[in-house]
Design a protein around this ligand. Structure first.
Ligand code: PSU
Ligand code: MN
Length: 300
């Protein structure tokens, strides 16, 4: 374990006693949600994981040090600091060497979780292959192919090319499971109509497949798609115009690289007003609960 990986005392205790732990990412706190909801949601996700019988481990980088599990004042500092760096895999050495603050993406959160020995991670949506840009592939995808952490998400946003994203995962051997669904969820929408590799109706069923993957010695993670709770789902046709407009704006403003995903997310969220934010929070909470159930099923 690298010297600069700090574990909170509850996370350390849970690891020592082989108790269930759920990693939580921090890019959604700094780049995904506005203040002050970002801190409220970050706290609520931790509380929901605890209520479901697991220990939360929010992952972030503070002054160049890696943390798995934040103290309440550290979480508050992260949520209220300006210009925190969005840290994916390639940014890890930069932010640690420069002793900066960093919010970890799915890729970087998976990597830190794996270093800590944490097996299950809950997030909102993963990155993927961008529409019309088949070479703009999020580092989240190769991370899923190489790092043995289970990622519980609500699928991926339709700002991405979902068929190409699933093709990429298939090529690189990442099992994609549907939690109570036969199709890959599309974040705001419960279904993308693209089939998953297997449907699991319970956390125990998911745990059996996850355990089998680890026992076979197959490297890489497992992706679990949990549909957004019905009452918060937004129809595809209600979101699509906002996505198309955001894509046009990105092109007009020449947005590139790591700025692309936050740019699209921000504009889709603005263009769809409060509706998308409510949905976002509902699915994050749901995913935290499901991840805690799966983490528990894996320890029994
Ligand atoms: N998708 C969302 N919300 C998010 C992200 C993606 O709906 O907050 C964030 C996650 O942290 C994800 C990252 O890992 O964006 C992907 O960024 P990129 O496409 O630059 O790899
Ligand atoms: Mn990219």
């Amino acid at each position: 374990m690298p010297v600069s990986l700090h574990l909170s005392s509850p996370v350390r205790a849970a690891l020592d006693q082989h108790q269930p732990i759920v990693a939580l990412e921090s890019t959604l706190i700094t780049h995904g949600l506005p203040r002050p909801v970002n801190l409220e949601v970050a706290r609520r996700l931790e509380a929901l994981v605890r209520e479901t019988g697991a220990t939360p481990a929010t992952i972030a980088i503070l002054a160049g040090e890696l943390y798995a599990g934040l103290e309440p004042d550290q979480l508050e500092r992260l949520a209220n600091t300006d210009n925190v760096r969005k840290v994916s895999r390639r940014d890890l050495p930069i932010v640690t060497a420069q002793q900066g603050h960093g919010a970890t993406t799915v890729a970087a959160t998976m990597w830190v979780a794996a270093q800590a020995g944490i097996k299950v991670f809950a997030t909102g949506g993963i990155g993927g292959v961008h529409r019309g840009q088949p070479f703009d592939v999020s580092a989240d995808l190769p991370e899923l192919a190489q790092t043995s952490v289970v990622v519980v998400c609500a699928g991926a946003k339709a700002i991405l090319d979902l068929p190409l994203t699933l093709e990429w995962l298939e090529t690189h051997g990442v099992p994609v499971l549907g939690f109570g669904t036969d199709t890959f969820p599309a974040f705001y929408s419960r279904s993308s109509s693209l089939p998953v590799d297997a449907r699991c109706n319970t956390a125990e069923e998911a745990a059996r497949i996850i355990r089998a993957k680890f026992e076979l010695g197959l490297p890489g993670g497992v992706l679990i798609g949990v549909p957004i709770p019905e009452e918060y789902a937004v129809a595809n046709e209600d979101i699509e115009p906002a996505i198309l407009q955001a894509l046009k704006m990105a092109e007009a403003e020449n947005v590139r690289g790591k700025a692309m995903t936050p740019f699209l997310l921000k504009h889709v969220s603005e263009l769809t007003a409060g509706e998308s934010q409510k949905a976002n929070i509902a699915l994050l909470e749901n995913n935290a609960r499901v991840a805690a159930q799966i983490a528990r099923a894996l320890t029994t």
